[in-house]
Design a protein around this ligand. Sequence first.
Ligand SMILES: NC(=O)c1ccc[n+]([C@@H]2O[C@H](COP(=O)([O-])OP(=O)(O)OC[C@H]3O[C@@H](n4cnc5c(N)ncnc54)[C@H](O)[C@@H]3O)[C@@H](O)[C@H]2O)c1
Ligand SMILES: O=C(O)C[C@H](O)C(=O)O
Length: 338
Amino acid sequence: MAESGVKDPIRVVITGAAGQIAYSLIHQISSGDVFGKDQPIILHLLDITPMMGVLSGLVMEINDCSFPLIKDVVTTDSEQTAFTDVDVALFVGAMPRKEGMERKDLLTANVKIFKSQGLALEKFAKKTVKIIVVGNPANTNCFILAHYAQSIPRENFSCLTRLDHNRAKAQIASRLKVSPDAVKNVTIWGNHSSTQFPDVRSAKVTVNGVETAVFEAVKDDAWLKGDFVSTVQKRGAAVIAARKLSSAMSAAKAICDHMRDWWNGTKDNEWVSMGVISDGSYGVEKGLVFSYPVQIKNGSYSVVQGLAMDDWAQDLIEKTQKELVEEKNDAVKATSSE
Ligand SMILES: NC(=O)c1ccc[n+]([C@@H]2O[C@H](COP(=O)([O-])OP(=O)(O)OC[C@H]3O[C@@H](n4cnc5c(N)ncnc54)[C@H](O)[C@@H]3O)[C@@H](O)[C@H]2O)c1
Ligand SMILES: O=C(O)C[C@H](O)C(=O)O
């Protein structure tokens, strides 16, 4: 904080800044919706060389928005310039999947980006930098990024599963005809892929002013263990099939929700889902980037412990973990053979 009481600007890097997610994301960040209406920001926008013309147009638009919080915009195709002294790093830049692909089909092309950016992050970013990986396959890209940036604390790395979390809330809310913010404590376990486990066994919903367990309110276990799970698992593919482009507005909103909660904390007795480096909680292999229920206080998250497990849930957690181990092995092979 400067003497005047005005906060010093924070540096926020967005990779893939010329892409479709960034187009929604930049507006929300610049408006103060994430870091607060009193937090000045210097934006670092990274993309590849052929997109520098597009970035110059984007800067014209940012200027034309007259955002009072934006103190400077740095556009660059240099990882050194992009990551120098950043406080927050949003890794969006990567190839999106097309119809008929699984997210892991992007692995060979995209993990190489994360190796290179991990090495740059290690050299140039602040050690306190808070990181969200969005580019797919998000968990495994985050694993590679962290692997090549060893001096940054492990708890500073995360990947985005908040979109899945929001999708799960929206499905329950629509089924019960309530607002999505009446639904709390859903959990996304594991991979941001079609093996993820959207779990509402501990979730609660407020209907007509009364808080009830979601299973009790819905009264349809077959749906909660069947179509609900597969709808959330396959929602990204459904958006691609309809839009011919992957989700962007909802992804940008989820990135903002994830970072706002990480920056400001979660509400009392509530949790959110974040892909984080596993400490072995719930029997998951240590070091994998796995989505867990987390609570956040003073800028630090902790994994919610002691949630009940049964055979059905355990099987789903093992399945998504197995996929992450396979992805990790493929990613290590793809990045070490260079
Ligand atoms: N985790 C999630 O919930 C989630 C949700 C939606 C999309 N995604 C993923 O986010 C990524 C971006 O999606 P999009 O729709 O914005 O894609 P997009 O194709 O519109 O934009 C991607 C941008 O990244 C840039 N880029 C490519 N390589 C780069 C590099 N080495 N350095 C910097 N920039 C680079 C491209 O030039 C492009 O401008 C995709 O991988 C997509 O699958 C993840
Ligand atoms: O599904 C995709 O490939 C894009 C994104 O990960 C999503 O979940 O919408």
